[in-house]
Write a protein that binds this ligand. Structure first.
Ligand code: IMP
Ligand code: MG
Length: 176
């Protein structure tokens, strides 16, 4: 890790309030149905737990892991499934829960792969979105916050595997 400090970008209260709203919206949109949350590890885990608690419907969950940034702060563009889902998603209303959509490479690959498994519906919910960084177009149904092109940590997001546990979203500011 290069010398840096972490500055608060979104407070714990702001994040939790927004997740509550997203849960409410999903509850309304999927009224009368059961939703299957697919968490993209590791970053999406904190968000998914908080979101799941705010959805007032029958909810099931599953996890998958794809390769991402490694220890760098730039996308390699290489996407590999490290851990696949435990259960079939066929016929289910699937909501993929992500920490952040950046270039969109990871998600577009993942969504195409999941679509091939014939879910009843497939939507994407991300806590954060950096639209200015998009390289591949992805259809994001639910977004917590759009943020500028900054490297952020906390609430599941890491810098070199650290800071996932921060209860807020912080910006990594590199110092010398
Ligand atoms: P994409 O394929 O470029 O959209 O990359 C998405 C993945 O990159 C996310 O799921 C994160 O794991 C990681 N990522 C992108 N931006 C950040 C950031 O600002 N902080 C930490 N991880 C990030
Ligand atoms: Mg991720």
């Amino acid at each position: 890790m290069d010398p840096h400090k972490v500055e608060i970008l979104l407070t714990e209260q702001e994040v939790n309030e927004r997740i509550k709203e997203l849960g409410k919206q999903i509850t309304e949109d999927f009224k009368g149905k059961q939703v299957h949350l697919v968490c993209v590890l590791k970053g999406g885990s904190f968000f998914m737990c908080e979101l799941a608690k705010r959805i007032d419907l029958p909810v099931s969950i599953d996890f998958m892991s794809v390769s991402s940034y490694g220890s760098d702060t730039k996308s390699s563009g290489v996407v590999k499934i490290v851990k696949d889902l435990d259960e079939s998603i066929k016929g289910k209303d699937v909501i993929v829960v992500e920490d952040i959509v950046d270039s969109g490479r990871t998600l577009s690959y993942l969504l195409a792969m999941l679509r091939d498994r014939h879910p009843e519906s497939l939507t994407l919910c991300t806590l954060l979105d950096k639209p200015s960084r998009r390289v591949v177009d992805v259809d994001v149904k639910y977004t917590g916050f759009q943020i500028p092109d900054k490297f952020v940590v906390g609430y599941g997001l890491d810098y070199d595997q650290v800071y996932r546990n921060l209860p807020y979203i912080g910006e990594v500011v590199f110092t010398k």
